[in-house]
Design a protein around this ligand. Structure first.
Ligand SMILES: Cc1ncc(COP(=O)(O)O)c(C=O)c1O
Length: 383
């Protein structure tokens, strides 16, 4: 019997409670077939033809994501970039799109090179100010507004409901990179967004052992059908084992995200007044510009990502990262292990990251250990 109220934690822990009917296994088998048998009368009644377009290995993870995000349909992709770029590739040359100045750098680079060469009119604006968004929209020409909240690497916050309303009034749709928020903290579709994107590589999987992406749509429509074709025809399709790993990772999503949020808040508060730190960027701090919006649209925390600006500039920041032991010096985010990164070195020219900024991805280790390690690294760097 199904319990009356199934909370999101229960949906992800049991992956919707599906069992494999053939074996009664409570974890799904891994379907690896690249092709499917055609019926004798030349039909494909299962709807499955070829695994570049579709794969039963995706069904359960896509269904779980749909439920968590309150969406109509979901699609898994070979990476977060494959998922994000599919949303833009499903547009037509000449379409105008708005994207944030502060966003995941690799997607920003792709937008300003490949997407513009292909004919999209890309404009980068300050998405934290609804008036700026309104002024930049070109009714009839702007097809898509892309936002990321909280956004790499400054953790700026965009008001999803306000931006959705403004975009819709101008005839555009809104897509949200919700990688950092995760469905645990924010459900953008319920706030009016049309598409949610996740670098599933990060929190959804959570163990730094997989590259994957996902999109969830509020409704099945023409653009979504083109997105589906982009995946099937360009081939940014996830592997079967990766889909299985992702489903396993999502079973502990809520526990991991809550633990990371609690520790990130504690770490942010601890270093906010630290002599070696010029500034802590984290929307959970009351003085942060995005604090009020974050508190209103996120539930149970504002995420496991924060940045610190180290006193002494670039050399001091790099020295702090060099001196950490528990924090691992590596790119990426959202895994169970905490990572530290000098972001300007990664992003290069055009980065909004100041030279003294270290990006911190808080994992699920003991918060006190993480604080002690940063304390000793900051002490060493300033000796
Ligand atoms: C916010 C955000 N969006 C998208 C991506 C791209 O994801 P992937 O590396 O899986 O392609 C990343 C990767 O770091 C990210 O942090």
């Amino acid at each position: 019997m199904q319990p009356k109220t199934v909370h999101p934690e229960s949906i992800s822990a049991q992956a919707l409670g599906w069992i494999d009917e053939a074996t009664r296994a409570i974890t799904p088998p891994i379907h690896v077939s690249s092709t499917y048998l055609r019926d004798a009368d030349n039909q494909y009644r299962t709807g499955r033809v070829y695994a570049r377009a579709d794969n039963p290995a995706f069904d359960q993870a896509e269904a779980v994501l749909c439920q968590l995000e309150h969406g109509a349909q979901a699609l898994l992709f070979a990476s977060g970039m494959a998922a994000a770029t599919a949303v833009f590739q499903a547009l037509a040359p000449g379409d105008h799109v708005l994207a944030p100045k502060v966003m995941y750098w690799s997607l920003r680079n792709w937008l300003m090179t490949f997407a513009t060469h292909w004919g999209l009119q890309v404009e980068l604006i300050d998405m934290t100010d609804p008036a700026t968004v309104k002024a930049a929209l070109r009714p009839g020409r702007t097809k898509l507004v892309w936002i990321e909240t909280p956004a790499n690497p400054l953790w700026t916050v965009t008001d999803i409901a306000a931006t959705a309303q403004i975009a819709h009034d101008a005839g555009a749709f809104l897509a949200v990179d919700s990688t950092v928020a995760t469905p645990v903290l924010t459900q953008p579709l319920a706030l009016g967004a049309d598409i949610v994107m996740h670098a599933a590589t990060k929190y959804l999987n959570g163990h730094s052992d997989l590259i994957a992406g996902a999109l969830v749509t509020r409704s099945d429509n023409e653009h979504w059908q083109r997105v589906r074709k982009v995946r099937a025809q360009l081939g940014g399709t996830l592997g079967s084992f990766e889909a299985w790993l992702l489903l396993r990772g999502m079973r502990t999503l809520h526990l991991r995200v809550r633990a990371a949020c609690t520790s990130a808040q504690r770490i942010a508060e601890h270093f906010a007044a630290h002599a070696g730190v010029a500034e802590v960027l984290y929307p959970g701090l009351p003085h942060a510009p995005g604090h009020a919006v974050a508190r209103a649209q996120m539930q149970g925390g504002v995420g496991g990502m924060l940045s610190i600006r180290v006193r002494g500039g670039e050399a001091a920041a790099i020295a702090v990262a060099a001196n950490t032991q528990l924090w691992k010096r590596a790119t990426s985010l959202g895994g169970v292990e905490s990572l530290i990164e000098h972001r300007a070195s990664v992003e290069g020219a055009g980065t909004p990251a100041p030279a003294d900024l270290l990006r911190l991805s808080v994992g699920i280790e003991h918060a006190g250990d993480l604080i002690d390690d940063l304390e000793q690294a900051l002490g060493t760097a300033h000796r």
